[in-house]
Design a protein around this ligand. Structure first.
Ligand code: ADP
Ligand code: ZN
Length: 757
């Protein structure tokens, strides 16, 4: 008797969710599933996985069961679904036996299209009995990586899913979703869940709206300034330990900041309360350990700061990815200190293994952990594009620069710091393993501190030897030497430094130390204050002051409704949707339905109230409440706000000013070119872009050989003035690189002239 309510996925998307187009990957997943095929979707947090199974659930004839690991996650999803007019329920331990029986009765009557269950429920007799008699069209496994014993989120209950499915009268479609992309997890899901000829979709891991940064500033100061500068915004600050969480939260509160905290050491009630304070925007700042976040899909988190470095890139990207789920600009900043590496190494060494685990398995896990930690550390100390680093880590090919990370936004130059490194090593030797970073850096910088005098450091030969660098820069060098393994730091809280045998390479002059250092003189430590505004303040910046006032009025209305219905504000409408209202200023139902995020059901529920508020505010007069023009209809707010830069190009006059030289590498040419133009108007060009063009011209390029990328040169390229020469990397390995003589430089400069419109 069930009738398909909506024939087309797109119509359902518009009707229930108020969106007019699918995001990348969503449509193909929906189509696959409704055609009856199993599917595995690996998509980053915020990509919109829910819609991939919720729309098929609506279109398929029977019930969809969604296995989900966390109660809070289920509750939020079910609230959001019901607000959108989709009948859904959850069955988990937060309900009484009587409530469960009732819910199952309703379910058997076909009242729900979607039912969320905890994995443990799949073993309950009552539930199995219900499932065997119901028409189950699909079983969806959310957070499917919980099935992998390799991951940190392993849930034994997930292993029961397969047996449950086997016992059903008819095998349903099985779909699975996760944000964890590593091969081992993917294979685990495919094998253990027993997916049949599944469509596997991995969508781009890039989150373009996120800014990535690594800072080495003083942590407390940085956080304080940062949070104050973003006072109206919601953010999460992750710390490595409960103690750090408590301390930092207290500090922020003492500054009058509405912060709350979350970690496993708190009582259940307190965790629940604090989490709600955060979700309902009563306290915009959450200080937490990594215990916090799974199942939180608050969409307006504008920043995620990491007070300590996490243990792996997987963890980092998952935690950082909680920022900006609404697609609006957001920032992810990691505060790095070399000490974090030591703490993590120590924590990993202390790691407890399950009883009965084989020694060789333990060893494998240890090795894997160590490799992950190294990759994480390299992210923090790398001077290349952070986004490129992340994407390559997750196996995606990508451009060399993104323009929206701390590396791309600071200008670096390569500096030979071999002599300075020798001085650092000499000083550490003189200290004979008794001091840590602060004393060593102070000594080298020639600081006048009572402690240094007391320790006798002012008598050292190396005292003041690196005065010209300053302490901050010296600390970075120490961090680099630790990461390279030339220095070792003890793993306790003192972090005492010692010279390793490996440093011999530097001392003998065999290993040159070439560091990329910021071009401008290092910024003062409290950079959070001085740093240019990278991202406009909140989701509503392009609004003018009247627009802001309307936004505030609508936000107040949303809060009122949320309180009344006890749902989080974003379940009513997201910030982005409110901004959409302020830009379009709808007066009628039709106009309101044009706003992204307003579906028919939401309109029935809340539309009138918002229309009234808008009418009252504007007095029924149409006005323009934002600056600039709306470029596209689709996403008016975003496009209006970000000015698109033009592809890189130069004028003839600028070309004449190019500093030709005997020999350049492509990145150097790119940098010299970029220095000629107006950075507000033109995108950056890169060595990679130049190389792509050279390759298209058949002059030279990059190829894979013996599993390594290597450069090649054609006869034609040689004729045009390109050279292929051997270089030695910092790690001492030889590789081939391309150089361009003056003739070739002229050719490249000409090429960019050609592109001018
Ligand atoms: P995930 O589960 O992948 O982390 P969600 O399913 O929670 O992501 O979706 C993240 C956000 O993106 C939600 O606010 C959701 O409403 C929004 N969203 C999903 N699909 C679309 C779409 N096609 N158009 C606009 N917004 C979307
Ligand atoms: Zn970048």
């Amino acid at each position: 008797m069930q009738v398909r309510e909506q024939a087309s996925p797109l119509a359902a998307l518009k009707k229930y969710y108020g969106y007019s187009s699918f995001r990348p990957g969503q449509e193909i997943m929906v189509q696959t599933i409704i055609s009856g095929r199993d599917a595995l979707g690996i998509m980053p947090t915020g990509a919109g996985k829910s819609i991939c199974y919720q729309i098929p659930a609506l279109l398929l004839p029977g019930i969809t069961l969604v296995v989900s690991p966390l109660i809070s996650l289920m509750m939020d999803q079910v609230k959001a679904l019901n607000a959108a007019g989709i009948h859904a329920a959850y069955i988990n331990s937060s309900l009484t036996e009587a409530q469960i029986t009732k819910a199952l009765q309703y379910a058997a009557q076909g009242r729900y299209k979607i039912i969320y269950v905890a994995p443990e429920r799949l073993e309950s007799r009552e539930f199995i009995c219900f499932a065997q008699q119901a028409e189950i069209s699909m079983v969806t496994v959310d957070e499917a990586h919980c099935i992998s014993q390799w991951g940190q989120d392993f849930r034994p209950g997930y292993l029961k899913i397969v047996q449950f499915i086997r016992n059903l009268a008819v095998r349903p479609i099985v779909s699975a979703f996760t944000a964890t992309a590593t091969e081992e997890v993917k294979n685990d899901i495919l094998c253990v869940l027993g997916l049949v000829d599944p469509k596997v979709l991995v969508t781009g891991f890039d989150r373009k709206n996120l800014y990535f940064g690594v800072e080495t500033a003083k942590k407390d100061e940085y956080v304080r300034h940062y949070v104050k500068r973003h006072a109206d915004e919601s953010g999460i600050i992750y710390c490595a330990t409960r103690k750090n969480v408590d301390k930092l939260c207290q500090k922020l509160e003492a500054e009058g900041i509405a912060a709350t905290r979350y970690h496993a050491g708190l009582a259940d009630w307190e965790r629940r309360e604090n989490q709600e304070d955060f979700i309902y925007d009563r306290k915009p700042v959450m200080v937490a350990t990594n215990a916090f976040g799974m199942g939180i899909d608050k969409s307006n988190v504008r920043y995620v700061l990491h007070y300590n470095m996490p243990q792996s890139m997987e963890n980092y990207y998952q935690e950082a990815g909680r920022a900006g789920r609404d697609g609006e600009p957001a920032e992810c900043i990691l505060l790095y200190s070399a000490q974090d590496v030591m703490i993590n190494r120590y924590l990993l060494e202390q790691k407890q293994f399950e009883e009965g685990m084989l020694p060789e398995d333990m060893e494998a896990v240890r090795r894997r952990d160590a490799a992950r930690l190294r990759a994480m550390t390299n992210y923090c100390t790398s001077t290349g594009c952070l986004r490129a680093y992340i994407l390559r880590y997750f196996g995606e090919e990508t451009e060399d620069t993104c323009g929206n990370c701390s590396a791309c936004q600071s200008e670096y130059e390569e500096c030979d710091r071999t002599e300075e490194a020798k001085q650092v090593l000499a000083c550490v030797r003189e200290a004979r393993g008794r001091y840590g970073v602060n004393v060593i850096a102070g000594t080298l910088a020639g600081a006048r501190r009572g402690k240094l005098q007391e320790y006798g450091c002012m008598e050292y030969q190396s005292y003041g030897a690196l005065k010209h660098l300053g302490e901050a820069e010296i600390k970075k060098m120490i961090a680099w030497l630790v990461a390279e393994g030339d220095l070792r730091q003890t793993e306790d809280r003192y972090g005492l430094l010692r010279v390793e045998l490996k440093a011999q390479g530097i001392l003998s002059g065999e290993k040159p130390v070439i560091l990329r250092v910021p071009k401008k003189q290092a910024q003062p430590v409290a950079a959070a204050d001085a740093a240019p505004e990278r991202r406009q303040k909140s989701a509503s910046v392009d609004l003018n002051s009247r627009g802001f006032a309307l936004f505030d009025a609508l936000r107040a209305l949303r809060m009122e409704i949320a309180r009344r219905e006890s749902v989080p504000p974003y379940v009513v409408f997201s910030d982005k949707t409110l901004v959409g209202m302020c830009t379009l200023v709808p007066f009628t139902r039709e106009e309101m339905l044009e706003v992204s995020g307003v579906g028919e059901n939401k309109f029935e529920k809340y539309g009138r109230q918002f229309l009234d508020a808008i009418r009252e505010f504007t007095g029924g007069q149409r006005e323009k409440l934002y600056y600039g023009d709306i470029v596209e209809n689709e996403e008016p707010v975003r496009t209006a706000r970000r000015r698109e830069k033009k592809p890189f190009a130069i004028s003839r006059e600028q070309a004449a000013a190019f500093p030709y030289a005997e020999k350049y590498r492509a990145p150097e040419i790119a940098e010299a070119l970029y220095a000629l133009v107006d950075h507000e108007t033109y995108k950056k060009t890169s060595g990679a872009e130049i190389l792509r063009w050279i390759e298209a011209e058949g002059l030279a390029g990059e190829k894979y050989e013996n599993g390594r990328r290597t450069k090649y040169l054609t006869a034609e390229g040689e004729r045009k003035g390109i050279l292929l020469e051997t270089r030695i990397s910092q790690k001492g390995t030889e590789y081939l690189d391309l150089y361009y003589n003056e003739q070739a430089q002229r050719m490249i400069v000409e090429h960019f002239l050609g592109r001018e419109d």
